[in-house]
Design a protein around this ligand. Structure first.
Ligand code: AOF
Ligand code: ZN
Length: 450
């Protein structure tokens, strides 16, 4: 039997659900199911800045139409969402329905299996948004619950749940992180003047917004040319003194809204469903992304700001220069030598290495050379474009060096994802179509990496 289908039925009595599932393999979700799952997704989003390498997960326990416990996963090594919810519910969990945004785990990781905890607590039904792609779980959690006689339905708001953990799914299913390239540009797609001047094309609000995308990423990746030109620190510092919500279980969510919640995009930055952030000078909880520099020839100056300040720095190079490597290590940086056959750094190998280091989402903040190389190699997954209402002219630098395309088949296909105004600029996010990787002449070996 294939994947169970899900249909929406507004007035089907709860008693016919098991009958439909048993006889037709159909999952039937009531409107209240989706409202509770939306609640669980909102809780999961609170982990946007803190859970990695673990996924963002939320859980709501409902009995007699009321929430009796809820929780969200906050940090790797700490309890999972279900545990917070069960703790809050206590004995009231017996006979409840659990809404979980990710399949409850079945393995002993840093914490014990949530499936067992749900069974012990006497759950009657478990509704799951999406199966856990972690090979250690991958359906075993759901199977364990079913074996214990619990009714389990999966697939409710699956797209939203996947989107919220787009990086975790990428790392688990293909062994590389989700690569999102941020590009600040003019309306005519230019990122700097011909002489390199680019500060600042977009306004304060857009640059503030970028800080949040950095904060949710496991790593920020750039090229040596950008380090030499901008000397950016690439850490998270300007989110208005805001840090992720403090430790502790989530409070009980209110009763479900009478109208279904608006769909979650899983990518809100300052929008209506942005995770709550608290103001304050508490440094604890402010997770700095790993700063990654691609520097084939180890040209990075020892004074480069990316080597200092908050956060760790990882330099990938193609050069076995023990002296320079030692100097960088003395400054606290990690250096990995990963050459391809052309004296450049090996991009696919670097991405696999980053995944092995637990990176789910990587934000690329680089110039047109690296952006072009990633697109040409079919490695970029998403472009986060900040577009300023100005024209810089055709002598200015392009957003990505793709080389000359000679047929339209070579173009990079994109899919609109999200679009909004941020201050005086526009923010457009697009996903890169992977079906037809671009085949410009430059994609065939003529590497242009820094
Ligand atoms: C859940 N609920 O809230 C989360 C889950 O090392 P551990 O013990 O924290 O396990 C991490 C794995 O557990 C992670 O890779 C993913 O498969 C799952 N995450 N599972 O039931 C949660 N965060
Ligand atoms: Zn778990």
């Amino acid at each position: 039997m294939g994947k169970p289908r899900s249909v929406w039925v507004s007035s089907v009595s709860i008693r016919v659900y098991p009958w439909l599932i048993t006889n037709f393999g159909i999952n039937v979700f009531a409107p209240s199911d989706s409202q509770w799952m939306a609640q669980a997704l909102r809780l999961a989003e609170r982990g946007l800045y803190s859970t990695s390498p673990n996924p963002r997960v939320g859980c709501v326990l409902v009995r007699d139409g009321k929430s009796v416990g809820s929780g969200w996963h906050q940090r790797a090594g700490e309890p999972h969402a279900e545990v917070y919810a069960l703790r809050e519910a206590g004995g009231a969990a017996r006979g409840a329905t659990a809404y979980v945004t990710l399949e409850p785990c079945s393995h002993h990781g840093r914490t014990p299996p949530c499936a067992e905890a749900l069974i012990e607590a006497g759950m009657a039904r478990v509704v799951v948004a999406v199966q856990d792609p972690n090979p250690e779980v991958a359906g075993a959690g759901i199977a364990r619950l079913r074996a214990a006689g619990i009714a389990v339905e999966s697939g409710l708001m699956e797209a939203e749940a996947r989107e919220l953990n787009v990086g975790f799914f990428a790392r688990m299913t293909r062994g590389t992180p989700w690569l999102r390239s941020k590009i600040a540009m003019s309306l005519d797609g230019r990122t700097a003047l011909g002489n390199g001047k680019s500060q600042w094309i977009t306004g304060d609000a857009a640059r503030q917004d970028v800080q949040r995308w950095r904060a949710r990423s496991c790593a920020v990746l750039t090229g040596i040319n950008t380090v030499l030109a901008d000397d950016a620190q690439l850490n998270v510092r300007e989110i208005g003194g805001m840090i992720p919500a403090p430790r502790g279980g989530a409070s009980n969510p209110p009763s479900p809204p009478t109208h279904p919640s608006p769909p979650l995009s899983g990518r809100e930055e300052g929008g209506a469903s942005a995770p709550p952030l608290t103001r304050g000078g508490q440094e604890e909880g402010l997770r700095q992304p790993l700063r990654v520099v691609l520097d084939s020839q180890l040209r990075i100056p020892l004074e480069a700001r990316v080597l200092y300040g908050g956060g760790r720095t990882l330099v990938y190079t193609a050069l076995h220069d023990e002296r320079k490597i030692g100097l960088l290590q003395d400054l606290g940086a990690t250096v990995a030598v990963m050459p391809d056959g052309n004296g450049q750094v090996d991009l696919p190998a670097i991405l696999r290495d980053l995944a092995q280091r637990g990176c789910n989402e990587v934000l690329v903040e680089a110039g047109s050379i690296l952006n072009g190389a990633l697109l040409r190699a079919g490695l970029a997954d998403e472009l986060l474009l900040y577009i300023a209402p100005q024209l810089l002219g055709d002598a200015a630098r392009s957003m990505a060096q793709l080389g000359e395309l000679t047929s339209l088949e070579q173009r990079v296909g994109l899919k609109w994802q999200d679009m909004r105004q941020v201050g005086k600029d526009l923010r457009i996010s697009v996903k890169v179509e992977k079906a037809n990787p671009p085949q410009s002449p430059l994609a065939r070996g003529e590497a242009l990496l820094p």
